[in-house]
Write a protein that binds this ligand. Structure first.
Ligand code: AMP
Length: 121
């Protein structure tokens, strides 16, 4: 599978679609999910062209891997959920219903969530 340059998050990265930037550095960009599932629902995407977490974890150089995952932790702190706790979700491929084929991590928090897949307690 090749990376689809027309995906929504590629357009956000190129500045062709708007997004409220919550955080940005050399490795990551964070913005609110357009359909929030929790009081805090932030998407974090790498700057590079990776289809999914599987693609990113297999192909990204160590500096990009470290930079990205450190940014995720930093953004959770910025969003105020480090102490209360949060959930990271990354959907990979068809069975997960990944909708956007650019790797993204969902940070969900700000409320008590149900165990694992349940959205509410
Ligand atoms: P996934 O199912 O993991 O691919 O999730 C994709 C997420 O992207 C969904 O939660 C959508 O609500 C979100 N989304 C789609 N378009 C936008 C957009 N333009 N800005 C912010 N979030 C979006």
């Amino acid at each position: 599978m090749t990376y689809d340059e027309t995906n929504i998050f590629a357009k956000i990265l190129r500045g062709e679609l708007p997004a409220k930037k919550l955080y940005e550095d050399d490795y990551a960009l964070a913005f609110p999910d357009i359909h929030p599932q929790a009081p805090v629902h932030v998407l974090v995407i790498p700057k590079g062209k990776y289809i999914s977490a599987a693609d990113f974890n297999a192909k990204a150089p160590p500096e990009e891997l470290t930079g990205f995952y450190r940014a995720v932790a930093h953004i959770a702190r910025l969003m105020g959920v480090e102490e209360s706790g949060y959930r990271l979700i990354c959907n990979i491929g068809p069975d997960s219903q990944q909708m956007v084929p650019h790797f993204h991590v969902h940070i969900l928090g700000g409320k008590k969530m149900g165990h694992l897949l349940a959205a509410s307690a």
